[in-house]
Design a binder for this molecule. Structure first.
Ligand SMILES: NC(=O)c1ccc[n+]([C@@H]2O[C@H](COP(=O)([O-])OP(=O)(O)OC[C@H]3O[C@@H](n4cnc5c(N)ncnc54)[C@H](O)[C@@H]3O)[C@@H](O)[C@H]2O)c1
Length: 352
């Protein structure tokens, strides 16, 4: 029997598996990776105008969402496939899983396929840290973390690595999640305090991060819980009908967003009138708009996750890829580029 032709070098594309990703993070160091990603997202936000920008394409169901998140800077193109299914954890599955592709615009050929479940946790934490770097009160050292699931430790460590947070106060409706988070953060250098209510968790915190998962308009933070001067990173409200904050908090806060057309549909601001004022985080970074004005102001980063953050994360990952990566045979590569049919037919095994 004839052997099938082997794929050419052109046919092969590096694939970063979950195991590869874990090895890369351990080699680089998690906090170093979070710092690097934060700086790189900031650099890409500074060149906002160079990117294609489109709200992500979402396919909703009663229990979750599947989304595609594309963007390009004219040289490289990236997209992420990501889901959000808050009830999944009850079945032993994750709320959020993701994978993605980085391609070259010049030929349209992919440069890399990658797992993005871990990478999404990193880039989401880095984006929260970036927002806090520009908006949180100076000298903030204590953060509250409401929702202690898959994203939680990454959020805490990014705020430690980038903003100098030294204490994290935890709360989750499920005490087992808080215990898991306390266990995981032991030895991280953070003082970790498990709390039995959201009210207790936010006591003394200058930064409050909400990263809960629930497919409804939840009120994780009530208006009377939020004092003057705090910065809030609200990242769990990221779908129509899925929010975390009482609207009255938004009335008192100055709100910052990633890409306004997407956030109007998916973010906390879906609860507000269409003319509710927001500012873009990238414009705070470039200095085009003011960030925190004074120590009494409540600042809110209404983070939903935007494609440029994934583009940055995939490019960061591509820089970590070494020779010897797994290669996937995903691009058909006929000897004559117009003879795809001939390539297929030559691969036919002779009948016995
Ligand atoms: N903005 C972004 O870029 C971005 C990125 C990734 C994930 N997310 C969102 O962040 C959220 C968290 O993701 P995850 O992967 O950690 O999910 P997860 O399911 O692993 O954890 C969520 C935790 O929230 C807790 N929770 C639910 N309701 C709560 C409440 N009212 N008060 C306190 N705790 C509550 C749950 O018990 C659970 O432990 C999800 O909603 C997800 O869609 C946003």
């Amino acid at each position: 029997m004839r052997d099938l032709p082997q794929p050419s070098a052109q046919a092969l594309v590096p694939f970063i598996s979950v195991a590869d990703m874990m090895a890369i993070i351990h080699r680089v160091g998690l906090e170093a990776a979070l710092r690097d990603l934060t700086d790189r997202i900031e650099a890409d936000f500074r060149r906002w105008a160079t990117f294609d920008k489109t709200a992500r394409v979402a396919s909703h169901s009663d229990i979750g969402v599947i989304e595609l998140m594309p963007t390009s800077d004219g040289e490289r193109y990236a997209f992420k496939y990501v889901n959000g299914h808050p009830a999944n954890t009850r079945a032993g599955l994750q709320t959020v899983t993701a994978f993605g592709v980085l391609s070259q615009v010049a030929t349209g050929y992919p440069l890399m396929f990658a797992e993005m479940t871990v990478l999404t946790a990193l880039r989401t934490a880095a984006t929260s840290a970036l927002a806090a770097r520009h908006l949180a009160p100076k000298g903030a050292r204590v953060m509250a973390l409401i929702g202690n699931g898959a994203q939680a430790e990454f959020q805490a460590l990014a705020l430690k690595a980038v903003c100098g947070i030294d204490t994290v106060r935890l709360y989750d409706v499920d005490p087992a999640a808080t215990e898991k988070c306390e266990r995981n953060l032991k030895g991280s250098g953070l003082t970790v305090i498990g709390c039995t209510s959201a009210e207790a968790a936010i006591e003394g915190a200058q930064i409050i991060t909400t990263c809960t998962a629930d497919k409804r308009n939840a009120t994780v933070l009530h208006d009377n819980m939020i004092g003057a001067g705090v910065h809030i990173n609200a990242i769990g409200g990221d779908c129509p009908g899925k929010t975390e904050l009482a609207p009255a908090i938004l009335e008192r806060a100055q709100t910052f967003v990633e890409f306004e057309p997407q956030t109007r549909v998916e973010g906390e601001i879906q609860q507000m009138p269409a003319d509710y004022p927001v500012a873009a985080l990238w414009q705070v970074i470039t200095g085009a708009v003011e960030g925190r004005r004074d120590t009494g102001q409540i600042t809110l980063f209404d983070g939903v996750g935007f494609a440029i953050e994934d583009f940055t994360a995939l490019n960061w990952l591509y820089d970590q890829v070494h020779a010897g990566s797994q290669m996937l045979d995903v691009i058909a590569d006929p000897d004559d580029p117009r003879d795809l049919y001939g390539m297929l037919m030559r691969a036919q095994r002779p009948k016995a």
